[in-house]
Design a protein around this ligand. Structure first.
Ligand SMILES: *Cc1c(COP(=O)(O)O)cnc(C)c1O
Length: 382
């Protein structure tokens, strides 16, 4: 019996030679200029990333978390304010609201897309609501038309958490172009990845861009003169150099992610039809960029363990919805308050998806998963 190599959930060492040498050349340029913070590489990246997203301004910042924080600061969020977001997301979507002494208000998700359910949004708005913060989870835009309509009618700004969604679109409009601001992350596992922490804020509002630019350097537009209290949210030039090397390849990488998703669908479609698995659904009009390829299965932890025993890595994003996190206990939520998020947290399983994953690896993941799931249709789920 041939021993088969294991399949990782992601492998950040699979760089091809042309990319490696382009990165090395651009990083060497940063060292040659000695401009390690907000140098020419940063200006080049901000222009290129704004063009890529289709907005007038992109501001490089320290991380996706800080992109959320500085955007919330720019929107004036503070003590007593409420920010509406999803409970089924990475922690930072709500954590940064709390850091400003404001209150995250959770709206449960649509079980098909895993994104904030617009039908439940309006009931969560109160006189204290300051911002609506949809998350484009796993690489698929939230259902933006009804969210935009409600936000406009209620006079509320939108902050998009686009950290997982660079390149995703909803009816032709790109993630990062809908809100007053949008936050992107270039954490090493994201679709566009730095060599460490980095992020960006996008906006079409020149005044908003100026405000974020000011806030990211301690609220000083002239050195040592501070108009307001900001922070150090500047992106390192080395990160900008790495991102400049990678940005031209993003479109091809996204196409590869989509091709992997299509291959999984071909291989696992029959199992979905007989109720053994639920595959990710691309909602009509939306272009999914598959930051994660997330299925639902019964006995998720058992399936994950049996896959691991066969050398197939998988992951759970996210096992505990935010309304049930210990640090948010004082918000007063309990088990049963967000039933769709709680159900998703028990059922979701992310399969390997990254541009360098080979077709053979995809085939291996799918066939091992089918073996783990067994060939018997699950009662009542057909
Ligand atoms: C990654 C991520 C963040 C935070 O980005 P960092 O760069 O890791 O700080 C925020 N929200 C979502 C949905 C993310 O996936």
């Amino acid at each position: 019996m041939a021993t088969q190599r294991s399949v990782p959930i992601i492998d950040l060492t699979r760089y091809d030679a042309p990319l490696s040498s382009d990165i090395a050349r651009r990083v060497a340029e940063v060292f040659a200029t000695g401009r390690f913070v907000m140098g020419p590489a940063n200006e080049e990246f901000e222009l290129a990333f704004a063009r890529e997203v289709g907005v007038s301004h992109a501001l490089g910042v320290t991380s996706g978390t800080d992109a959320l924080l500085v955007s919330l600061m720019a929107l004036g969020v503070g003590p007593g304010d409420e920010v509406i977001t999803s409970p089924f997301t990475f922690f930072a979507s709500a954590g940064e609201v709390t850091r400003l002494c404001a209150r995250p208000v959770f709206v449960d998700i649509d079980p098909v897309t895993f994104n904030l359910d617009p039908a439940k949004l309006e009931a969560a708005i109160t006189p204290r609501t300051k911002v609506i913060e949809p998350v484009h989870l796993y690489g698929q835009c939230a259902d933006m038309d009804p969210i935009l309509e409600i936000a406009a009618r209620r006079g509320l700004p939108i902050l998009e958490d686009a950290c997982q969604a660079v390149g995703a679109t909803d009816k032709g409009r790109a993630a990062g172009t809908f809100g007053a601001f949008a936050a992107f992350s270039f954490y090493p596992t994201k679709n566009l990845a730095a060599a460490g922490d980095a992020g960006a804020v996008t906006t079409n509002d020149p005044a908003g861009a100026a405000l974020v630019r000011n806030l990211r350097i301690h609220g000083a537009s002239v050195t040592y003169r501070h108009e307001r209290v900001g922070g150090n949210f500047r992106m390192d030039a080395v990160q900008a150099a790495v991102l400049n090397a990678k940005l031209p390849r993003l479109t091809a990488w996204t196409e590869r992610r989509r091709a992997i998703a299509a291959r999984y669908r071909d291989l696992l479609g029959a199992a979905e039809r007989d109720g053994r698995i639920v595959l990710p659904a691309e909602a009509p009009g939306r272009r999914h960029v598959y930051h994660q390829y997330v299925v639902r299965v019964e006995d998720r932890d058992g399936v994950k363990a049996r896959l691991a025993a066969k050398g197939i890595a998988s992951a759970v994003f996210y096992p505990i919805p935010l309304h049930l996190q210990d640090c948010f206990a004082d918000l007063g939520y309990g088990e049963g308050d967000m039933p769709e998020s709680e159900k998703a947290a028990k059922e979701v399983l992310a399969l390997p998806v990254f541009p360098e994953l080979t077709d053979d690896e995809v085939d291996r993941v799918a066939s091992e998963l089918l073996e783990v799931l067994g060939d018997r249709p699950v009662e009542g789920r057909r």
